[in-house]
Write a protein that binds this ligand. Structure first.
Ligand code: GDP
Length: 322
């Protein structure tokens, strides 16, 4: 598969972009090299978007929210890319989020690019591909990138680490446990947005908002941003303008303070560190010397003939031998 011409991506050619993403997702060594060359050529043209992470349990209304919010962004003259991190799906189609009926209206829009989660692979692998896809979309001129994930595992931590602004969609009523929210993730959120604040849910949503507002003020007290708790109805299309206003004021104030760029720099460094680990693990798995010696070493550790530390050291020495 020849890599698309970088210029065709900069020109906004959707087929070229889709092809570049497919190349990025391939696990073939030759494809990886081609996609890295392409990414390097495009790197100076990346970074010009607002990266927004959206997470929440299945059924909270993520796709409905993105459908309505996306229309609002289009009206504001934005070009939008929607990417997904959903490592729960070993095969495309079996995904919680991958079905084609989601975001039906948005997917027909000229200025919207929707890419379902890459299928298969570990969470780290999927996250890595999504990060590269994000860069490709930026080079193609998309100025808002939404990275969506189901908040039922570890993927929301990965997503929070690759975006500028991370928000959690919540349901009216119920504490963290009821909402299936992992400990720690609320602390990473720049905004909590209580969806389905309509009909019978409206009153409960207001109470939930107050509850989280007071909890939040105790949780996070950082100088760069005070997290906000908002209400909306993705279905009735209310409160979405406020969400967009909040994101814009976040971007403006963190750009001014320098936090915006600092956070991106930190994220890049952490991304590299994760890659070092995964490349090392890959080398370990591919080493014939390690493969030959490992079963015996494991047995020796189990029977306490050698210490786990000595065995681990031996594995690393063997890896260096190839
Ligand atoms: P996802 O699994 O998080 O992507 O959730 P969906 O967007 O598929 O929504 C799940 C269900 O909730 C659907 O039946 C939606 O119509 C409904 N829903 C989504 N947003 C709202 C909302 O703001 N108000 C109400 N009442 N229902 C909503």
């Amino acid at each position: 598969m020849p890599a698309p011409d970088p210029q065709s991506i900069l020109d906004g050619n959707r087929r070229a972009l889709a092809k570049a993403i497919t190349l990025t997702e391939s696990s073939l060594g030759a494809h990886r090299e081609e996609s890295q060359r392409l990414l390097e050529a495009l790197l100076p043209h990346t970074g010009n978007s607002i990266r927004i992470g959206i997470s929440g349990v299945p059924g909270v209304g993520k796709s409905t929210f993105i459908e309505s919010f996306g229309q609002l962004l289009l009206k504001a003259g934005k070009r939008l890319a929607v990417l997904a991190v959903d490592p729960s799906s070993p095969v495309a189609g079996g995904s919680i989020m991958g079905d084609k009926t989601r975001m039906e209206q948005l997917s027909r829009e000229e200025n919207v690019f929707i890419r379902p989660t890459p299928s298969g692979g570990t969470l780290g692998g999927v996250a890595q591909k999504t990060r590269e896809t994000m860069l490709l979309c930026e080079a193609a001129g998309y100025d808002v990138i939404i990275v969506e994930t189901v908040g039922v595992g570890q993927s929301e931590f990965q997503v929070a680490g690759m975006v500028d602004f991370f928000m959690l969609l919540m349901l009216p009523g119920g504490g963290d446990e009821l909402q299936g929210i992992k400990k720690g993730i609320v602390e990473l959120a720049d905004a909590l947005v209580i969806n389905k604040s309509d009909g019978e849910g409206a009153g409960i949503a207001a109470a939930t908002q107050t509850q989280y507002q007071s909890a939040f003020s105790l949780l996070r007290n950082e100088s760069h941003w005070t997290p906000v708790v908002m209400r909306c109805s993705a279905l009735a299309n209310t409160g979405l303008g406020e969400v967009w206003d909040t994101i814009q004021s976040y971007v403006a104030s963190t750009r001014e303070s320098g936090f915006f760029e600092r956070q991106r720099a930190t994220q890049n460094r952490q991304w590299m560190q994760q890659l070092v680990q995964s490349l090392l693990m890959q080398r370990l798995k591919e080493s014939p010397s390690v493969a030959a010696a490992l079963p015996k070493l494991e047995m020796d550790v189990e029977s306490q003939t050698i210490t786990p530390y000595a065995a681990a050291r031996r594995v690393i020495e063997l890896m260096d031998e190839g």
